[in-house]
Design a protein around this ligand. Structure first.
Ligand code: ADP
Ligand code: MG
Length: 143
């Protein structure tokens, strides 16, 4: 499925719609250059998951964890600064095994071997300063 957004607000709305569909046990890989809108998308996803906290980029902390609706937990990882995921591989594996988790990963290259094959993959391309194209695979329902 391909979706285009014209500004950051529309990207938040797209994340929100997808966040509402999640039931736990999903893994989402976000692919795109710096500034593509990966973290912005997660901000909307968090709203759709009923997260009350503001989503902070995990660029420096590697992971951020949020309590979500229905007893779910949102795990947000960013492996941009890591050449070797090291013990983070164990941490992300544990969060993936938790059926009450939603796991979102930016810059997943160093951990792809532990991501499930049936993950949702979202590829984001900047078309201009404010337009973005989202290629979404692994979601059956229309959004
Ligand atoms: P990433 O996590 O991919 O590095 P961010 O979400 O942190 O990207 O940053 C995206 C930047 O691009 C933000 O400054 C945001 O305001 C801007 N932007 C402009 N248009 C869009 C859009 N359509 N969708 C998402 N972000 C956009
Ligand atoms: Mg980011």
């Amino acid at each position: 499925m391909i979706v285009e957004t014209e500004n950051h607000r529309e990207t938040i709305d797209l994340g929100l719609k997808i966040g509402r569909l999640l039931r736990g046990g999903e893994v989402i890989e976000l692919i795109g250059d710096v500034g593509a809108g990966k973290t912005t998308f997660v901000r909307g996803l968090a709203v759709g998951l009923g997260v009350n906290d503001n989503v902070q980029s995990p660029s420096f902390t590697i992971s951020q964890v949020y309590e979500a609706r229905d007893g779910l937990t949102l795990y947000h990882y960013d492996f941009y600064r890591l050449d070797d995921a090291g013990i983070m591989v164990d941490e992300i594996s544990e969060s993936i095994d938790d059926s009450k988790s939603v796991v979102v990963v930016e810059w997943a290259d160093t951990v792809t071997e532990v991501l499930p094959a049936d993950r949702i993959v979202i590829n984001i391309k900047a078309l201009s300063d404010n337009a973005r194209q989202f290629h979404i695979s692994g979601i059956e329902e229309g959004i």
